[in-house]
Design a protein around this ligand. Structure first.
Ligand SMILES: *[C@@H]1O[C@H](CO)[C@@H](O)[C@H](O)[C@H]1NC(C)=O
Ligand SMILES: *[C@@H]1O[C@H](CO)[C@@H](O)[C@H](O)[C@H]1NC(C)=O
Ligand SMILES: *[C@@H]1O[C@H](CO)[C@@H](O)[C@H](O)[C@H]1NC(C)=O
Ligand SMILES: *[C@@H]1O[C@H](CO)[C@@H](O)[C@H](O)[C@H]1NC(C)=O
Ligand SMILES: *[C@@H]1O[C@H](CO)[C@@H](O)[C@H](O)[C@H]1NC(C)=O
Ligand SMILES: *[C@@H]1O[C@H](CO)[C@@H](O)[C@H](O)[C@H]1NC(C)=O
Ligand SMILES: *[C@@H]1O[C@H](CO)[C@@H](O)[C@H](O)[C@H]1NC(C)=O
Length: 823
């Protein structure tokens, strides 16, 4: 059927082809050949032509953005059937079928299958929207009734005008499928599709059945009620849900914006926008923002909240089904009601309200649009004893759930209300109230000596930052500062310079969200690139931490520490201006399969040495002794040559010359990097930084996060796993599977041993940073045998008695300490 037509065209019609002229239509007597130059161009925005993905010689017909220098295909025609040389020819038949022919083998590589009897004078046209359409010349073009359109056949990308969902009338579905790899656009493992049953929601699956993530139901404003995909300065989400259509789409707020929504080959769902100034794609939204977005992480009835430690909790009235697994951070068993509902009683239970939730998933829920009031909805649920929960949504009316509730998460703001059913006896008791972060009960040393040391430390610090602060708040005094006021030799930036550099803190200049506020990229008029950390007014970083950070950092000069260029303080508004690190943080590399492969062993080793040098400088060589307290992969920034620089001194503490440890009742740090004596007793010293450094070394070697490490054979975390492999004589098994092979074995082994030495349970067993550097630098050092690591099996803190700080408290009083962690 196809062949005779093609044969006819290829033999009988003289093709007209263009060398490098941009046109926007192809008629049946024309063709687009792969001579490397020809393109079809729609106005200004999109181009269609033959291309090869990076590092691939395969040729594909695709559509990409015209004014994005880094070729970014949004649609690929023959994605599953590449042409291996440049003999491809794109044309359209007289019946409106688009074909890509291999002119060497004279075979059809791809066909749109859009032959139509209604075709009369069809042409292929690339519209300004990026939509490639087949339409009848002279036909009613703008009605959207095309014979065929690429927007109906999405690949991995949505651009404005494309849809994700269903035409309920025709049963046609639009969904996106990931590429196999950066080099290979053929259909990969992941799909993101709209599930139209019950409450419409978007679901990311691996293969046909494994759910990886779901958006949560549409609530009328956004999906799942969470912050993702809500209103933002770049684009507006569109959701249509009526009798004919249910789909998600978006439009750019400003017409000239270039933005796209893409399902990455590594299953990441991101909305990106092109930043002209920086010449790169900036992700404004990553849907799977954190752990809690992992589908059903907390099991049936479990509630995930990223601010809890650990992330999962059972709702009030429920208790872990398998307490032992639950405490071992395997939450898949979920929760069960403390008291089973008894349906033979006249009044089978009631409801407890839970707020700010992403509504649960379940294979079995009913939507009852007729129940309009909450009372009706509650009554509807009470009528059937298998009903476990209900919610009243703006978009869909009353929803009732049957079966287990899965994948509930709690947000800090936004979200929806869910009413979970439970036995009346559970409702009566009011001792439920609190579900807070894990509170660790901690005994604190209150020896007189130690108290003295602490107040010394505090007073010292106060005066230091206070002097600095005064100068900062009165910039006019800058000229008559006294010589003794050497705390701050730091340029004060003015607001105009900063706003100009960051294009008025434009959303597309935002490069990250630090623990204490957003970070923006900017370019000074001198051409220097900067990173501006703008502290949010309600950030946890009070004036105290801010000044602490300035005073500390201003004095530090080392090639492995990120350099502070200046700051800005005016009233509530506070900003820190740093040198810009183009490669962002180490975390983005070592825990990412794709970027991880680019990090060769030698580079990893250099990074380890660099961090060690920076840390040694902090501990010993700088004028102050500084404990960083929050060393972690995301705080190691990488410059253009991948040199590591330690950043984020918001929690750092200075020490007096002869002071060796201190204690705090405000334990702040990051879970997974905190040493036992610090996490449990609040005691920190250079050795707690050494512990974090050891964790970091093992993470760099293994490419695995300590926190959240999972191994099918045991319950150990990464430290325990490394320790186990070490004792079994298999330490090389720890090596990142994505690292090149072979690597210098002795050097790698030395790093593993060193990492284990640094994470030993007792602080006094851990080496100092200067011995760490000696061990790293010498060829064949004699390293001691590591002893048992701290926190190697406990995946989270349970009791305090097991701690061993090497000291017995003289008098101890119970103090409640909230574990906070800066993510
Ligand atoms: C392409 O290959 C070169 C050399 O192997 C490598 O340096 C580069 O990173 C690769 N590019 C991509 C996008 O994979
Ligand atoms: C296909 O190849 C033939 C012979 O190799 C050549 O004459 C013809 O021009 C080619 N067609 C196109 C459209 O390039
Ligand atoms: C066109 O039809 C053929 C044969 O049914 C099929 O293999 C091919 O995938 C179809 N092409 C498209 C773009 O759907
Ligand atoms: C459904 O929504 C679409 C898009 O807004 C609209 O074009 C269509 O007419 C609507 N259909 C019905 C039945 O309301
Ligand atoms: C997918 O993610 C990787 C790493 O995050 C990135 O390098 C790549 O450009 C992304 N791919 C697409 C198609 O956006
Ligand atoms: C349920 O309640 C009925 C009536 O009060 C009682 O007879 C029965 O034993 C209860 N069942 C359970 C499992 O508690
Ligand atoms: C309760 O709901 C379930 C699920 O929809 C249904 O199978 C069952 O028949 C209902 N029971 C009653 C008594 O209505």
């Amino acid at each position: 059927m196809l062949l005779p037509i093609t044969f006819f065209i290829f033999t009988s019609l003289p093709f007209f082809t263009w060398p490098s002229v941009a046109v926007d239509t192809i008629a049946p007597n024309q063709a687009l050949t792969d001579n490397g130059e020809t393109l079809v161009s729609s106005g200004e925005r999109f181009e269609l032509g033959f291309f090869s993905p990076p590092n691939s010689s395969n040729r594909y017909v695709g559509i990409w953005f015209n004014n994005v220098p880094q070729q970014t295909p949004v649609w690929v025609a023959n994605k599953n059937n590449p042409i291996t040389d440049s003999s491809g020819v794109l044309s359209i038949t007289a019946t409106g079928n688009i074909i890509i022919n291999n002119n060497r083998t004279n075979s059809i590589v791809w066909s749109s299958n859009s032959s139509s009897t209604t075709a009369s004078n069809p042409v292929l046209q690339l519209l300004d929207s990026g939509n490639l359409v087949v339409k009848n010349v002279g036909g009613n073009d703008n009605s959207g009734n095309y014979l065929w359109q690429s927007f109906d056949h999405p690949c991995d990308t949505l651009i404005p005008g494309m849809k994700l969902g269903w035409n309920l009338g025709t049963g046609q579905e639009w969904y996106i499928t990931s590429w196999k790899s950066l080099q290979d656009p053929s259909s990969g493992d992941y799909t993101y599709r709209l599930d139209p049953h019950g409450l419409p929601q978007l679901v990311l699956r691996q293969g046909y059945s494994t759910v990886e993530y779901r958006s949560g139901p549409w609530d009328g404003v956004r999906f799942g009620g969470g912050p993702e995909l809500g209103q933002n300065p770049v684009f507006s989400p569109i959701f249509v849900f009526n009798a004919s259509y249910v789909y998600y789409s978006f439009e750019n707020n400003v017409d000239s914006t270039i933005s796209r929504f893409v399902l990455n080959q590594s299953s990441l769902l991101q909305h990106l926008t092109w930043n002209q100034g920086r010449g790169e794609w900036v992700d404004i939204i990553t849907l799977q923002g954190d752990n809690c977005d992992t589908y059903a992480l907390c099991g049936p009835y479990g509630i995930c909240n990223i601010n809890y430690t650990p992330d999962c909790e059972c709702p009030d009235g429920f208790t872990p089904r398998l307490p032992q697994d639950w405490n071992g951070l395997d939450w898949s068993g979920g929760c069960v009601p403390k008291t089973q509902l008894n349906c033979s009683t006249p009044e089978p239970g009631g409801f407890r309200k839970f707020s700010r939730l992403k509504l649960p998933d379940t294979s079995n829920f009913l939507v009852d649009a007729t129940a309009t009031s909450p009372e009706e909805c509650e009554a509807a649920c009470l009528r059937n004893c298998s009903c476990v929960a209900y919610a009243k949504t703006e978009a869909s009316g009353c929803v009732v759930w049957f079966g287990e509730l899965l994948d509930i998460r709690e947000y800090n703001e936004g979200g929806q209300d869910l009413f979970i059913r439970m036995a009346a006896s559970e409702l009566g008791s009011n001792n439920n109230a609190k579900r807070t972060a894990v509170i660790a009960s901690v005994s604190v040393v209150s020896g007189v000596l130690l108290l003295g040391l602490i107040s010394y430390c505090i007073i010292r610090k106060r005066t230091a930052w206070w002097r600095g602060a005064q100068r900062l708040e009165n910039p006019n005094q800058e000229n008559n500062q006294s010589a003794e006021d050497e705390d701050l030799e730091l340029p004060l930036f003015d607001l105009v310079t900063i706003t100009t550099a960051t294009t008025n803190f434009s959303f597309t200049n935002k490069i990250g969200e630090g623990g204490f506020g957003p970070v923006y990229w900017g370019k000074l008029s001198t051409g220097q690139e900067i990173a501006v950390k703008r502290l949010s007014k309600d950030s946890g970083q009070g004036l105290k931490e801010f000044k602490n950070e300035i005073v500390l950092i201003a004095k530090l000069q080392h090639r492995n520490l990120v350099r502070l260029l200046g700051c800005y303080i005016h009233g509530e508004e506070r900003m820190l201006i740093y040198e810009y690190m183009p490669n962002k943080s180490l975390e983005l590399f070592i825990f990412n399969q794709i970027r991880g492969t680019s990090l060769h062993w030698q580079k990893r080793f250099d990074i380890i040495v660099g961090i060690a040098r920076g840390l040694l400088y902090l501990h010993r060589d700088s004028r102050l002794r500084i404990i960083h307290r929050d060393l972690k992969a995301s705080n190691i920034l990488l410059d253009s040559e991948m040199n590591p620089k330690i950043s984020d001194f918001g929690l750092a503490r200075t020490f007096g010359g002869d002071q060796h440890e201190a204690s705090t009742n405000r334990i702040m740090g990051t879970y997974g990097y905190m040493s036992p004596e610090y996490a449990i007793d609040g005691i920190f010293s250079v050795k707690s930084d050494v512990f974090s450094f050891g964790v970091l070394v093992l993470e760099i070697v293994s490419g695995k996060k300590n926190r959240g490490f999972y191994h099918p054979d045991h319950d150990l975390n990464l430290l325990g796993h490394a320790w186990k492999l070490w004792n079994e004589g298999n330490p090389m098994k720890l090596m990142d599977a994505y690292m090149e092979n072979p690597v210098p074995t002795s050097q790698l082994l030395r790093c593993i041993q060193l990492g284990l030495l640094c994470v030993q349970q007792r602080p006094e067993d851990r080496p100092t940073m200067s011995s760490v550097l000696v061990m790293l630098d010498s060829e064949n050092p004699m390293l001691p045998q590591p002893k048992q690591p701290g926190f190697y099996s406990e995946r989270f803190l349970v009791d305090t008695e097991s701690s061993s700080t090497g000291k017995k408290p003289q008098t101890s009083n119970e103090l409640t300490v909230t574990m906070l962690h800066g993510r």
